[in-house]
Ligand binder design. Structure first.
Ligand SMILES: Cc1cc2nc3c(=O)[nH]c(=O)nc-3n(C[C@H](O)[C@H](O)[C@H](O)COP(=O)(O)OP(=O)(O)OC[C@H]3O[C@@H](n4cnc5c(N)ncnc54)[C@H](O)[C@@H]3O)c2cc1C
Length: 319
């Protein structure tokens, strides 16, 4: 259990600290516990120092984006959670490196706001991501995307902090963006540079509206969830990636409920949780879906949603 003594580790840094921060309630699932300490660094130096000190002291460190792909256990998480939500990490710089077709965006910036702002300036590149709730850093980490493309398609370079708190910059040629994965092993994405192309703002706005309408018609966006619970698996017979939602549906699990958690009747790969429900119900329901799909179809579903649990440091930055 993290003690308040841990907070003394950061007292001299340019950070705001919150204790018992309700990161579960504030996540897109809107269930789950608190973070013992949530730190909001003001600048890159403070962030590097947090990484270094956590590593030195063996304090687990996790990075929180918009919380749209996270399920926080009801007992919360120990160690330190960092959120890059101060202005130093949310900027948008046009003409990055003097190139009109490059923009640099801080990892803490909101993806939807960023792509809308680019569209208003007549810059195309990220509009395929409309309707994906994310910070830029979380979207890069997950290679967020869907029917219209993934964020990796637009990446020119990504800046990270490594496990020692040192800055690293990766050009696109060194990066691989696969289905909901990247080859980035550094624990923190701090910013990304995207390739953009000048385009007609009116046409761009129309396309964004079209993509938003498609998402609204295919996903239960009004319910509390973290989007797709499972990665689309590879069909053992065809070797092709196949829809996890369709398989779950075919196993008769649409509408299946465990406590406060429900397999969405709209999209079987979404688990939703009732207002005031429990994260553990969603975790148990996920486990039950994995078991039933394995028994019925011999397919091993893998969680896309990241689960954070107290004392489970697999999810945290190696220290
Ligand atoms: C209604 C709904 C619809 C969705 N639809 C889609 C969709 O169509 N396509 C899709 O791909 N996803 C979808 N998602 C999932 C989610 O939007 C994405 O996974 C998104 O990339 C999560 O970003 P985030 O900032 O919220 O990350 P979080 O949920 O906060 O974190 C997710 C992971 O990223 C890590 N992370 C966050 N920020 C950083 C950083 N700066 N550096 C390093 N690691 C970081 C976290 O530690 C964690 O491991 C949906 C979610 C919801 C709730």
């Amino acid at each position: 259990m993290t003690t308040r003594t841990t907070s003394g580790l950061f007292g001299d840094l340019a950070v705001d600290a919150e204790f018992d921060a309700p990161i579960g309630r504030d996540s897109w699932f809107a269930v789950g516990g608190t973070a013992d300490i949530l730190l909001h660094p003001h600048d890159a130096d403070a962030l590097s120092e947090i990484v270094r000190r956590c590593r030195r002291q063996g304090v687990p460190l996790r990075i929180l984006g918009e919380g749209a792909n996270l399920l926080i256990d009801d007992a919360g998480v120990d160690g330190v959670v960092v959120r890059l939500d101060r202005p130093a990490f949310r900027g948008l710089e046009r003409n990055a490196d003097g190139d009109i077709e490059l923009v640099r965006v801080g990892a803490g910036a909101d993806l939807a706001k960023t792509l809308m702002e680019l569209a208003r300036s007549g810059l195309a590149g990220l509009e395929a991501l409309m309707g994906v709730p994310a910070s830029i850093g979380g979207a890069i980490r997950m290679n967020a995307g869907g029917a219209f493309g993934s964020i990796g398609d637009a990446v020119h370079a990504v800046a990270c902090l490594d496990a020692h708190g040192a800055a690293r910059l990766y050009p696109a040629s060194e990066l691989r963006f696969d289905y909901r994965r990247t080859n980035i092993t550094d624990p923190i994405v701090t910013s990304a540079v995207f390739r953009v192309t000048p385009d007609d703002p009116v046409g761009l706005r129309a396309r964004i509206k079209e993509i938003a309408a498609y998402k609204k018609s295919t996903q239960p966006l009004a319910d509390k969830s973290a989007g797709c619970m499972f990665r689309n698996p590879t069909d053992p017979e065809t070797g092709e990636r196949t829809s996890a939602g369709r398989i779950i549906d075919e196993c008769g699990l649409k509408g299946f409920r465990l406590g406060s958690a429900l397999v969405s009747p709209v999209h079987a790969n979404f688990i939703t949780v009732d207002r005031g429900g429990r994260a553990r119900d969603a975790i148990r329901l996920g486990d039950e879906i994995i078991r039933r799909v394995r028994d019925a179809r011999g397919i091993e579903l893998e969680r896309e949603v990241v689960v954070w649990r107290r004392d489970d440091h697999e999810a945290s930055v190696e220290s």
